[in-house]
Design a protein around this ligand. Sequence first.
Ligand SMILES: [Zn+2]
Ligand SMILES: [Zn+2]
Length: 136
Amino acid sequence: MNKKISGSCLCGKVSSTVEGPFKKFYQCYCDRCQKKTGSAFASLMFTTPDKIEWHSGKDLIKRFDLPEAIRFSNAFCTDCGSQVPYISGDGAFLIVPAGYISGDPDIRPSANIFWDERPCWFDEGKSADTFKSYPE
Ligand SMILES: [Zn+2]
Ligand SMILES: [Zn+2]
């Protein structure tokens, strides 16, 4: 029996479990992922579409498909706006935003993809000072 990995959106209304193990974990720096996350990159885990079991809130999910994109979509909870899992437009993958998962997904990122599209502030941001919480 493979491990069931649970996840939910920020408000908790959308929830599901994914049967592990995930097959790939990429950090994508493409300009589309920057727009959808509001951040430098999207952390995305991949498995096959049959591995997800929805527990709640599936009717709250809105999906935006960029017309020319094959695998990129933005699926999110309409109540809290958090990204949630979706099946790629070509039907090949279940794509799970890493932050959706609660706890350890038992996989680590293996690639930084679309690296040349990373934001101009990203490299310097890695050496910025660190704080446990908000700076004083
Ligand atoms: Zn939500
Ligand atoms: Zn991307």
